[in-house]
Ligand binder design. Sequence first.
Ligand code: GAP
Length: 610
Amino acid sequence: MAQAKENERMEKIVSLCKRRGFIFQSSEIYGGINGFWDYGPLGAELKRNVKDYWWRTMTQQREDVVGLDASIIMHPMVWKASGHLETFSDPMSTCRQCKKLVRSDQIWPIVIESSWARAIAELVPGGTVNTGQLVNWAKGKGQRIAPNLALVRNPEVTISWISERIQKNPAPFEAKELLQYVATEQFNQTGLVLPCPHCGGELTEPRPFNLMFKTHTGPVESEENVAYLRPETAQAIFVQFKSVVATARQKVPFGICQIGKAFRNEITPRNFIFRSREFEQMELEFFIPPDEIVAALAGDLAGVRGEGHPGEPQPNWGWQIWHKYWVEERLRFYESIGLPRTSLKEYWQKPDELAHYAKATVDILFDFPFGTEELEGVAARGNFDLSQHEKFSGESMDYFDEVAREAWKKFDESKKQELREDYREKKYDSLVRKGLELGEAKAQAEKESSDYFDKLAKGLYTPHVIEPSAGVDRLMLALIAQAFNEEEVTDEKGNKETRVVMKFHPRIAPIKVGVFPLLKNRPELVAKALEVKRLLQPHMSVFYDDTGAIGRRYRRQDEAGTPFGVTIDFDTLGENSALKDTVTLRDRDTMKQERVKIDDLVPLLISKVR
Ligand code: GAP
């Protein structure tokens, strides 16, 4: 029941997005292309506002983050070094009958959305099976909507497994169990299986499918000129790390951020713009010194203490507290654009869920209408990426830290010895954990420790990184879903109606203010309204509307999410001399109106929308 309501809400959101020009299907006149979307006039404004605000808070309002805008196609070695060529894949199964592909770890959520699965669920209310009904369905409607389902192809055998289950265990079937039974023919050999969501057919075992889009540079398509559309914006930041250090006058700890397109050939793009094949990311790589260096320089290493934001950055912060800091900064960002804290969750990935490069990752989840899903990942990536690029390019990724070099010089021999031993021991433990044989681990730890401190004596080290990585499109969907409201209101004539209102935070709303002359056929009202429009336009996005009853015009702007409406009436013109050159200012959410002087409009509205 709850699922049906959520689906209905999602359908309403998708329909509003199309109807009001937020989001269109890409290439719709040709039937669309799966996994690609276009932003219409309102969507494009909303997206721009979100990206601009992220950029402003991430770099322009901070001293310690600079920006980058890198190319989408990079040298293919980038993807070898980063591990994407080898490991950036999802498990994929193919339907043996209809040949369609499906992501093996997402079969079930797609199956339950299919028309045939819903039809079967309707036949079995409460999970109590009437086998005769199932057979009838298989011989009738099932032939058309799930022709390759085991129940349809071979009802006798499938029903025999179902009857056996009922005999052994008369409890009602769970939805998943039942749909597995109707998909299973060779029960003794395979156990219960999940079917192809499209035709009910049999799926192959999962095999890895690399998600990178491949292309070629230049006129010849050969192995030598293979290139890839970037699957994340992050790698360009690592690759340009040294260039930025050389030019930006920044010192570690500092960050480089980027907004840009990323491409993943998702096997099953789904949930509207949530998982698409072309999307945008807003990523920050925040470079920090390794913990040993912080500990050596600051005398101690601050741990994460207590809940919440750890406050202003301090010189004794190690990676864990920086990680916590960025999780909290990101949560604050979301709150500042209208996603309440209660709609967001933190999920700390378990060790076996972490990507190969990550020491820790927190997923920031949002309550989407279809479930609580990832909006952003905040990963502690160690120095994996810079080290890999150093290894593959042969270019040093060392960072020169003068403070570290001077501090090292001042340490006495026993302190240096203590730091070396501490480092060597930690290295040794981690190598043993990785499975190295004890003698080999000891020798390698010895060598790495000696190289590390030789470099540190010269002030050189490879920085570690904390990476908050957000998807613009997922954020768009979260903002749209959060803003979507249906309210019952009473119009001027006392009739009840449903008001659809997009309650965007004014900071990101596509249009900030609607300007309306009370009547279209009164030139003096129109002239004044156009004057007000021209007054506001240099400062914010304004929509002028003089068509239809004023109530209808308000409703149109409510659906567009415009937070303020300015109406020019006869009092504005001086019919009531005390109100001359004032307008009514309507608040979208409360629908309350107040009288405001035209001269005060610009500063008042600016204070509300910035
Ligand atoms: N550099 C790290 C990285 O790319 P990720 O978790 O794969 O990490 C980060 O992606 C964010 O990018 C996700 O949290 C999500 O918001 C967005 N994202 C990833 N794949 C996406 C897709 N297929 N469609 C839309 N957004 C996606």
